[in-house]
Design a protein. Sequence first.
Length: 267
Amino acid sequence: MARKNVIIVVLAILLILSVFSSLHIYQQQQRVIDTQEDIIEQLTSVRSAGRAAIDAKQTFINVSEGVSCANIVAVRTDNQFGVLGTVHVEIKNGTGNVLINTNPFTDLTTQYSVREAVKVAEDYTNRDVTTKDISIYFDINGTLIGGPSAGAAIAAAAIAAMEGKTLKPDGVITGTIEKGGYIGQVGAVLEKAEAAEKNGMNLFLVPKGYKKLTYYEQKTKEYDIFGFTFVRSYYVQKEIDLGEHMKGKMEVEEVSTIEDVVAYMML
């Protein structure tokens, strides 16, 4: 009798363990199913959103042929003087190419900046340019166009061309264009500002944080030693508020995104 009871207890324990094991396996499978359902739901949402975005892009506006231009400012490498020029954007029927006139010679960083600017303009305007060719060319006093600092101006000109609008003829921006339409850092801002002011610009846009500048002013000092005159050159660090420096001559404003640029520059 005792042995029978032991067997019954063992069987009962095995049955309970089997039930708990089955329950545990069921719960694990249910969690896997729930996870898979969540993933499927997310993929469906993303696919729907992507399809909606594509449909919106395709049905919102088809770009017509158009032209626009924006002022650009650069610094010559031979004498470090600022020069003013223009970048022109022309849209014609085509196959989605971005064409860059390399006369004057345009280095690779500028060419990359052009393509990034066009992509930012396309995203900003929600325009479909797959059936258009976009041509970019520069008109500036120089034999070499280098660096990405005209990116923001190129993006603004591309937006104006896509929307059939124009930019202020007395405004200019220096700044790179980054993914998402952010305006990035540049150099030689003081030299560019002075060139813009001397060439009749009334509005000068700079990246965020570039209104107050630190620069180095060259100084010289003469020494007379045993009848000989020696000249020593050295540099003194100075700070300048560009807005105060150009007060009464030219408005200086900081911008962070392409939306800021459009707000200031678009007519």
